[in-house]
Design a protein around this ligand. Structure first.
Ligand code: HEM
Length: 452
């Protein structure tokens, strides 16, 4: 493609500077307005760094898939996150090291493995709902976000590490949230504050990491002394090279475990929280979903084959992922200069991709702000550009847990919806916080009503 050899349009440094507050508090909204004002490729003239925000499915496909070798994850976003996850798959820069680890982990996410997810989700939801029955007697107010976090942590730990963390989920989800809050703090200050610096945030972060490390160390120790098994942890521990030596060091196993614990529960929990929020705002959708679940499952336990038959439930879930994609920001660094959408991208340039803004392109998603699950009917979905819907990213770095998340979320929605209706208390105002992930700023208090 012929380069226009001029930078893409954009706000210029002064205008960018005057929007700093907006950019810091509502970065997703800022990006959306930048797309609306400047178009598919936007240039941000950040001192010392050129940044390019791309929001067309073709250009996103180019960066994430066609020319992915030119782009790595050496970006501020992933460097900050790696303070928790080390070189685990999510924050791994790429290349051979990443490929080797991805190959070791992949079988734990195959269809065969995922069939084993169903009974684990069923147990976790049943035990969560026992608590809800009690809450129902006491007026029925719960923080759905917290409930989803604990349930999904329970699931990921049992599924990938064969561990029952149910007696420590409260403490662990708290630690994970504290650790993620720290990343938010780091992102907001826009620089790396050294860990030894004597401030409260560093102390809370250290305590949170101690809790996480202890749990992860216990998990690894327990399994190192027994037969490895075929779940993710078993595969990480058992992987050997040609000479029979372990492929991964203890630190590398630790990094993958922490990565999966965090990437594998907070995202699914947020997506479900947003789904409950949207269903509460659209009772007609909730009722259709409940009808489907009751017709399909009645009171019996779900099995794997049910997931693909819960068509409307999945559509509603996908529509929630469209409107509130938990991983709302994806970044890459251009290793060499490139041409994207007809514009030159400088070597070392930061490329910004946002599922949130992509999912609000009116040419792909008419009436983009409306919650319309039917958009995901098979026909409409097939006709759409593959990179117009990217809640799980795309290309070789596509989320390894995408199917895991879909199976888990569909089952949780179905099992909860057949027993309870979730409603928003009157005058509820929900603020969106889009930093590490896209979450409700202050949890999601909701009123549960048992279905008789
Ligand atoms: C709704 C739930 C989820 C969402 C929205 C989500 C989103 C994403 C996105 C957008 C990426 C790509 C990031 C990039 O290209 O820079 C990603 C990667 C990843 N996700 Fe997920 N994810 C979800 C669930 C899960 C689950 C359940 C797991 C594991 C149990 C998981 C583990 C990972 C890992 C390890 C990567 C890095 C893969 C690689 O680079 O090889 N995610 N996720």
């Amino acid at each position: 493609m012929q380069s226009k050899l001029s930078n893409p349009p954009g706000p210029g440094s002064w205008k960018l500077l005057s929007s700093l507050r907006n950019l810091r508090d509502q970065p997703h909204e800022y990006l959306l307005s930048a797309f609306q004002e400047y178009g598919d490729v936007v240039h941000f003239d950040i001192p010392g760094r050129q940044a390019f925000f791309i929001n067309h499915p073709d250009t996103v496909q180019h960066v994430l898939q066609m020319n992915h070798r030119n782009y790595d994850k050496n970006t501020f976003q992933y460097n900050v996150l790696s303070r928790i996850t080390g070189k685990g798959l999510l924050t791994n820069e790429g290349g051979e090291d990443w490929l080797q680890k991805r190959r070791i982990a992949q079988p734990a996410f195959s269809k065969n493995s995922l069939e084993g997810l169903v009974p684990i989700v069923v147990d976790a939801v049943e035990s969560m709902l026992m608590g809800w029955e009690e809450a129902n007697q006491r007026g029925g107010l719960i923080d759905v976000d917290r409930e989803m976090m604990q349930c999904t942590l329970d699931v990921v730990a049992k599924m990938l590490f064969g561990a029952d963390l149910s007696n420590q989920t409260y403490r662990l989800t708290g630690a994970v949230m504290d650790a993620l809050d720290y990343l938010i703090f780091q992102t907001r200050t826009l620089m790396m504050i050294p860990g030894w610096f004597p401030i409260r945030e560093n102390r809370v972060f250290r305590e949170a990491m101690t809790t996480i490390e202890q749990a992860v160390n216990e998990l690894i120790d327990r399994r190192s002394n027994s037969t490895p098994g075929h779940d993710l942890l078993g595969r990480l521990l058992a992987a050997q090279d040609e000479s029979g030596q372990p492929v991964l060091s203890r630190q590398e196993v630790r990094d993958e475990v922490v990565t999966m614990l965090i990437a594998g529960h907070e995202t699914v929990a947020s997506s479900l929280t947003w789904a409950w929020y949207l269903l509460a705002r659209h009772p007609e959708v909730r009722v259709s979903l409940q009808e489907e679940v009751v017709n399909m499952l009645g009171n019996r336990e779900p099995v794997y084959a049910d997931v693909s038959n819960l068509v409307y439930t999945q559509q509603a879930y996908h529509e929630a992922l469209r409107l509130f994609p938990p991983a709302w920001l994806i970044t890459r660094r251009a290793k060499d200069a490139d041409v994207v959408g007809g514009y030159p991208i400088t070597a070392g340039g930061l490329v910004i991709i946002s599922p949130f803004t992509m999912h609000r392109r009116p040419d792909i998603w008419p009436e983009p702000d409306q919650f319309i699950p039917d958009r995901f009917s098979e026909d409409s979905h097939r006709e759409r550009h593959r990179f117009g819907f990217i809640p799980f990213g795309g290309g070789p770095r596509l989320c390894i847990g995408n199917r895991f998340a879909e199976v888990e979320a569909t089952l949780i929605l179905a099992m909860v919806a057949r027993r309870f209706s979730l409603k928003l208390p009157p005058d509820t105002r929900v603020a969106v916080e889009a930093l590490v992930t896209m979450r409700p700023a202050n949890g999601m208090p909701m009123k549960i009503e048992a279905i008789s």
